[in-house]
Design a protein around this ligand. Sequence first.
Ligand SMILES: [Zn+2]
Length: 358
Amino acid sequence: MEKVFESHCHYHLFDSTVKMDESLLKKEFPITGTKKVCFLSIPQQFSYDGKKKFDPIHNLRGIYLKKAFAPNAYALAGLVLPETQLSQEEITEEYLNQVKKYYEMGFDGMKMLEGYPTFIKYAGISLDSPIYDKFYKFCETNNFPIIMHIANPDENWDIKTASKEAIAQGRVYDNTFPTKEEITNQMFNVLKKFPNLTLTLAHMGFFSNHYSNAIKFMSYPNTRLDVTPGGEQLINMSRHWDLWSTFFETYQDRILYGSDYYPFEEGKYWLVAVNRRPSFLREFFETDSEHLYLNETFKGVKIKKSILHKIYWKNPLNLYKKPHKINNNLVLKEIEKIKDNIEEKYLVDINEILKLFN
Ligand SMILES: [Zn+2]
């Protein structure tokens, strides 16, 4: 099995402790051929109706996993939306201070879910808001990579075409949400302001029906796309593969493997869950036969071995290079800062993290 650098791995998606995440992933990575991994933090998320889910130690869980899987792991931090009412200037400074802190702590970049339709609507901050300007500037100047999620698949804006899954999970957007085009344009405005930003879009940018946007995005020098499944971009692309094969050929050095992975709870369907997305990607890229993915039939596109190796391994490695050195003291200082006013349910994990860093 060709080894992969999993550039898009989540954690703590069920009520797992850091220890559970660690031991599950240690069992799962050998099955999926994962030899290096980048952990992505998502401190907060908004549901369709505006409920905020916040995990005050999500970034710390990420740096824990990075250390637990060293030297083969990387971690991207997520900005924490201030709880209190701050002025625009204050949030701008707050975000700058946060990114500096994570940079010094030893994170390898930032994950932004801030381009998600619910986030833009409920946090009320567009991706190109001046609130992020100092943050982007810092990332651009320090060559600090960002992975950004923008919008979602096209069909999620239309109840008639949305998948059953999307409807059930409340990912269909009416006109109270920003449109897909608006969000994409916000992202392009960011690049207009910060053209040298090291920016990766997850899920191929959800560009499968927007070839010219994909080309425009890649016209910037430090942009990349990851192939994480979602909606399903790759299958759409395979239906116009004459077009997209040229794209993969042209940008073969800037397309990254990622499966939107996360540890799965052990049980009857554990192995099925573990393999679902990684196997889909392998079937898609490595074979030219027919397969099934989430009730959809597709034919693999069997790309050249040399390109496959770049996507699976070389490109993520070229982006992240050597993992940034973790500053234990700063991690401990951060725990010290939040420890006393945190809910009790986090203490088990806080103690595990302390144990690893002390
Ligand atoms: Zn993801």
